[in-house]
Design a protein. Structure first.
Length: 265
């Protein structure tokens, strides 16, 4: 087994990176794929999405030896790590704010992270990295580790998230040029789209997304829905919280199908 690695990134908070990471992970796991979610954001939102307030010691203890399911272990040479099973076929490397100590110009932790991801690729079909909303060591590490799959950019149709998505594209272009890698944007996700009715401003930014990113924009739009937010808050898959044939569940399923297709699966 040699898994694909997906980084979910945008240099702005609130665009739904964690929601996309978690729900796509649930969907792939339900399809029988073995999936590992890596919470690479010190805010720990993906960890909370799976564990709520009951974070197990294997994550909660931060950089202590027994915290084998904490993402910080992936950045440390010769450390032992073991993803926590949170659902059938679905595993988590969670984090606490201890991850925020990793910063600065030293790239050695990034290389260790990439080595750790290569180990996980032998055990999982898909590895999904939920990225922080700012450029730095954690962001760069996720980008470098995702050459085998690519980058997913969720954005909501407004000015700030549009500009932030363009920054991610620019970062990737720079990294490919300077580091001689072949990192790809797998796709741009239109997320939290107001659609009942759709305001003119939303239509405007959806058009700008198409102009800027072209075929990179996924055909499936994920609409703004209370059921999606509630499912995350209750540590559930959307199709478990809502009906499987609900609009929200069908959109997540269709988006996941597009992702698999672009990966050649």
């Amino acid at each position: 087994m040699v898994g694909k690695v997906l980084a979910v990134a945008n240099e702005k908070g609130g665009v739904g990176k964690t929601t996309c990471s978690v729900q796509i992970g649930y969907e792939l796991a339900e399809w029988g794929k073995k999936v590992c979610i890596i919470d690479n954001d010190p805010s720990g939102d993906a960890t909370t999405a799976f564990c709520g307030e009951n974070i197990p010691d294997s994550i909660k203890l931060g950089n202590k030896p027994e915290a084998v399911s904490n993402t910080i272990k992936l950045y440390t040479a010769d450390s032992e790590f073991s993803p926590l099973e949170v659902a059938k076929n679905l595993f988590l490397m969670g984090c606490t704010d201890a991850l925020s100590v990793l910063k600065g110009a030293d790239m050695e932790p990034a290389y260790e992270f990439c080595d750790s991801i290569e180990i996980l690729r032998e055990k999982f079909d898909y590895i999904i990295i939920d990225c922080p909303p700012s450029f730095g060591l954690l962001f760069t590490s996720a980008m470098l580790a995702s050459v085998s799959g690519g980058v997913l950019i969720p954005m909501i149709p407004d000015e700030l998230s549009f500009k932030a998505a363009k920054k991610v594209k620019s970062r990737i272009d720079q990294m490919n040029d300077r580091m001689r890698i072949n990192l790809k944007i797998l796709g741009v996700i239109s997320n939290k789209v107001m659609n009942n009715p759709m305001p003119q401003s939303v239509k405007h930014y959806l058009e700008r997304m198409d102009e800027e990113f072209g075929n990179l924009v996924f055909k499936t739009q994920v609409h703004q829905a209370v059921k999606i937010s509630d499912a995350i808050a209750l540590q559930e898959k959307v199709s478990s919280y809502a009906k499987k044939d609900s609009k929200a569940a069908l959109q997540i399923s269709a988006l996941t199908d597009e992702i698999i297709t672009r990966l050649g699966g």
